[in-house]
Design a protein around this ligand. Sequence first.
Ligand SMILES: NC(=O)c1ccc[n+]([C@@H]2O[C@H](COP(=O)([O-])OP(=O)(O)OC[C@H]3O[C@@H](n4cnc5c(N)ncnc54)[C@H](O)[C@@H]3O)[C@@H](O)[C@H]2O)c1
Length: 356
Amino acid sequence: MKPVRFGLIGCGRVARYHAQALMEIEGSELVAVCDIVPERADDFSKRYGGDSYYDHRALLEREDVDVVCIATPSGDHPAIGIDAARAGKHVVVEKPIGLTLKEIDDLIDACKSKNVKLCTVHQNRFNPAIVKLREAVDQGRFGKFSHGSIAVRWNRGQHYYDQAKWRGTWKEDGGVLMNQCIHGIDLLRWMMGEPESLAAFTANHFHDIEAEDVGVAAIKFGSGALGTIEGTSNVYPLNWEETLTIFGERGSASVGGVAVNRIERWEFDDPDYSHSLGDMPDPESVYGSGHSLLLARMAEAIRNDGEPPVTGEDGRAAVEMVLAVYRSQETGSIVRFPLVQESERIAEARGLGGKR
Ligand SMILES: NC(=O)c1ccc[n+]([C@@H]2O[C@H](COP(=O)([O-])OP(=O)(O)OC[C@H]3O[C@@H](n4cnc5c(N)ncnc54)[C@H](O)[C@@H]3O)[C@@H](O)[C@H]2O)c1
């Protein structure tokens, strides 16, 4: 089997999930790592292998790198991804794929024009309970949808935000909806279909950061089904739950646990299907174990010229929903899709005009 050689840009908290995954995936290899903080790149390289770099452009000059994983602060994802695409590398971008639709579109275009693949890391799509839920949706087990909801009720103390200057800023991160809740928003859309409009409120109650630490939204999907988003980092004293619930005319299901990993309720009109549940314990961390499955599928897509497991367009659609929430809070009105105006606060912080 021809090996797929990975480079990793950004050696912080999430990077080890990429490195550990690559150690497990047969036929994949981590050959280069990069961080602008040299000790981090060097320590990471000693621990997980790969030569260390302190500037991503130097890493991208290596001919033997087939694909890069980008795990830097969120606002920088599109610019680094565009550099990678121009260097002819396939691109795996941590969530959120970017913070503005303009920058995300530039990244998608760059990948298309260089004929490289683009994948967004929404690894919770590979949680066994979510795979089962998606199977039920694909098989039409719910019948017509009534409504669906995602609730991300987590705790992040001030010390979490103080770990790095980019956290909680409009320029590089956004708030709990853009950072923590975006996986759940991706899942809600993946199950329920494209949104038509939403109305939302956000607030910052407990943290010394620019962006929100709680947000709620009411959504109308294109199918006519309704939905809600509730996301917060304010839950006392620790992470409580991330739960995705779907109600249809012939089925109801709730996938919860700390990070959408456990089937809590599973009721369908077919009694055999209702009782076909296995034991699905919580993962060791909220990151779950989906990075391995996602990167294995991306390596396969590169080898066989297939579709990335989660596309750039998927990543864009989740960000568009969060930006619509921000826009609704900014204007006090219902926001329709497709979004025509970026979030003013983010666009301003990133030095871009708001209009699409
Ligand atoms: N998929 C998930 O579940 C998941 C979980 C956590 C974080 N993330 C995402 O991963 C990204 C990183 O988050 P984190 O918690 O690891 O952050 P972090 O601050 O711990 O790590 C970021 C690293 O990137 C480095 N860096 C910054 N600019 C760089 C550049 N231009 N080139 C190379 N390195 C650079 C920093 O020095 C730091 O070491 C964020 O976008 C975050 O949203 C995803």
